[in-house]
Design a binder for this molecule. Structure first.
Ligand SMILES: Cn1ncc2ncnc(NCCc3cnc(NC(=O)Nc4cccc(C(F)(F)F)c4)s3)c21
Length: 275
């Protein structure tokens, strides 16, 4: 019989390998669980760098959210442990690393690849929304690629607002924020899972164009988002432009649904009928 997954972890169980990446709030290493040989990723968070005390609570919340998510396009978080100074997250290893590095290197993705990524993102988000979980922080920095190049939505520091390997974390790029989250006085709980659809629209645009649609100085970005002001370059196909326009709609209720995204002509054109 397969050994049942251990419930208690400790550092000695792992052989630590090469660094996989470093965010503002911690480094990630390739790791192998000694007894099973299972290869995973180990994220190390330094307690003194996190907001005092509630980091433990945040990690528990992140794990609680994650422990009932099982989807091929969602990165698994298996568990955590800590020592006096550090918290360790035991994560599924994403063999092709960080999506945003591929995007920066390739400048922008061809339409067929962008459509496949958007279709996988829609599937992952549909799965999360069905479980009444919204990501709230969709951006290239929070997306990894599995060994077969498949999307792995990651960094479930969503409701924990856990800072991690994000684009200039402390400046907290506004690029992906929907208009309803920019409104003054609106606390973050007044929005619906439609925020993820806006962010999916920004992501689609960034895949195809190589930069975010409202990228500008923080003040100008905020103004452009509130007005939904953006131009789609002419090299973007009419079908892709149509999907972007139907996602980047100011009124959350008027945004296209995830089902409609999966049935959109631009997605159908490039994607083999998935699950
Ligand atoms: C780079 N890379 N390459 C391959 C690869 N394979 C797997 N993972 C990678 N990277 C790690 C991706 C993450 C997944 N989940 C995260 N979760 C998190 O970072 N949570 C978090 C952060 C800061 C503070 C808190 C706390 F305590 F406040 F709650 C919580 S980070 C990989």
């Amino acid at each position: 019989y397969e050994q049942p997954a251990p419930k208690v972890f400790h550092l000695g169980m792992f052989e630590i390998g090469r660094p996989l990446g470093k965010g503002k709030f911690g480094r990630v290493y390739l790791a192998k669980e000694r007894s099973s040989g299972y290869v995973c990723a180990l994220k190390v968070l330094h307690k003194n760098e996190l907001k005092h005390g509630d980091a433990e609570k945040q990690v528990r919340r992140e794990i609680e959210i994650q422990s009932n998510l099982r989807h091929p396009n969602i990165l698994r978080l298996f568990g955590h442990f800590h020592d006096s100074k550090r918290i360790f997250l035991i994560l599924e290893f994403a063999g092709k690393g960080e999506l945003y590095k591929h995007l920066r290197r390739e400048n922008r993705f061809p339409e067929w690849k962008s459509a496949q990524y958007v279709a996988q993102m829609a599937a992952a988000l549909k799965y999360c929304h069905k479980k009444h979980i919204m990501h709230r922080d969709i951006k290239p920095e929070n997306i990894l690629l599995g060994i077969h190049g498949e999307i792995k939505l990651s960094d479930f520091g969503w409701s924990v607002h856990a800072p991690s390997n994000r684009r200039n974390t402390l400046c907290g790029t506004l690029d992906y924020l929907p208009p309803e989250m920019l409104k003054p006085g609106r606390d973050k709980n007044t929005y619906t899972n439609k925020v993820d659809l806006w962010s999916l629209g920004v992501l689609t645009y960034e895949f195809l164009v190589g930069e975010a649609p409202f990228e500008d100085t923080p003040v100008m970005t905020q103004r452009k988002i509130e007005r939904g002001e953006m131009t789609v370059p002419s090299f973007v196909s009419p079908e892709a432009r149509d999907l972007i326009k139907k996602l980047l709609v100011i009124d959350p209720e008027k945004r296209i649904s995830l089902d409609e995204v999966q049935e959109h002509p631009w997605i159908i054109k490039y994607c083999v009928k998935g699950e």
